[in-house]
Design a protein around this ligand. Structure first.
Ligand code: PEP
Length: 250
């Protein structure tokens, strides 16, 4: 979108150990060498890698993020990680409401909204994920689902600085399937309209990323669609060459 600097964000999910540090180094080098000065880059690694990823990437333009945070800043929540902790370990962003969290942990729109607020309180930008399932698409309910998710998951007070939206059709994640350019255009325009109801003029400046089977081979087409302001990349972000190839699509 005109006037919006694109963001290419990687989501490593539950992948990566110290063996992956050279890959993180390569990603940092790729962006440092000015390969893509037009694009912001972010790597959302597992929390166990965050500190070390931050050390490696701090001398590069690539920033680090978490993949989820707890709704509270601290307390008796064994196994959970707060936004403050992610921030302290070097994160600038955190993904909330990824469809895998919604499916695996039963996270609701209301919980995602609270997590986004927790992210802000912890000093992080929230990447709020929305997207329909295959069944919802087949039933012609995609735009309704997006309306409901935006209404329910995006807190009042969202701005183009503290919030990024990721449109990720659930059926396109990790499947190699992608929507057509027209479908992506329709979904993103719809999301922009729904955001305007919450954010007024800020909606026009807010990044809306596309996610779901983005690869170097389809990135140029997907990234050239109206209202697509970058990508959230799962599988292809694990390999530096692929991630850099996607960033070059701009
Ligand atoms: C994701 O889950 O955020 C994602 C986009 O995954 P993939 O790129 O592997 O489809």
């Amino acid at each position: 979108t005109k006037g919006i600097r694109p963001l290419v964000a990687g989501n490593w999910k539950m992948n990566g150990t110290s063996v992956s540090l050279p890959e993180i180094r390569s990603i940092g080098h790729g962006f440092m060498s000015g390969l893509d000065a037009e694009t912001d880059a972010l790597l959302c690694v597992p929390a166990t890698l965050l500190w070390r990823a931050h050390e490696i990437l701090s001398s590069t333009p690539v920033r680090c993020g978490g993949q989820d945070c707890h709704a509270r800043p601290s307390g008796a929540h064994t196994g959970d990680i707060s936004a403050e902790m992610l921030k302290d370990a070097g994160a600038s962003h955190v993904i909330v409401g990824h469809s895998e969290r919604r499916a695996d942990h039963g996270e609701t729109d209301a919980q995602v909204l609270i997590k986004a607020e927790a992210a802000w309180l912890g000093g992080l930008t929230a990447i709020i994920c929305v997207g329909e399932t295959r069944g919802e698409r087949d039933a012609g309910r995609t735009l309704d689902v997006l309306s409901r998710q935006i209404a329910g998951s995006v807190p009042p007070g969202a701005t183009s600085k503290n919030t990024v939206i990721a449109y990720e059709p659930v059926w396109a994640i990790g499947t190699g399937l992608t929507p057509t350019a027209q479908d992506v255009a329709q979904a993103h325009a719809h999301i922009r309209g729904e955001l305007a109801k919450k954010m007024n003029a800020e909606a026009a400046k807010t990044r809306i990323l596309y996610g779901g089977s983005v690869k170097p081979s389809n990135a140029v087409e997907l990234m050239s669609v109206d209202n697509v302001d970058g990508a959230l990349v799962g599988g292809a972000s694990l390999k530096a060459a692929d991630f850099l190839g996607i960033a070059e699509a701009y």
